[in-house]
Write a new protein. Structure first.
Length: 102
């Protein structure tokens, strides 16, 4: 299935991101699965990179499957630390403790 980036798809992804509770994180793949597009984790990342055009969303709560922070989002770690998200090391969230169970 080809992933065509439409406003409906963008808002579908952002509505899931909006549901991630403070102090929890979700992976790109987890969000893709929640919208029924299991193989579109990169698409989720693309949408998050342009999310500022669509409003204010807690995109800092999205990490890769291993808990690694986004490389081009320097504020992400501080935003997560303010929410008491636990880290395994300087670049990885502790996914066992902080993954959003949805």
């Amino acid at each position: 299935m080809s992933a065509v980036l439409t406003k409906d798809l963008i808002y579908e992804i952002l509505s899931v991101v909006e549901e991630i509770p403070e102090g929890k994180v979700a992976s790109y793949g987890q969000i893709a699965k929640l919208i029924g597009r299991d193989k579109n984790a990169r698409l989720v990342g693309k949408v998050l990179s342009i999310s500022g055009y669509y409003g204010k969303y807690p995109c800092h709560r999205v990490v890769n499957h291993a808990g690694r922070l986004a490389p081009h989002f320097p504020e992400q770690k501080n935003l997560l630390l303010k929410e008491n998200v636990e880290f395994k090391d300087s670049l990885h969230v502790n996914m066992k403790k902080c993954r959003w169970d949805c």
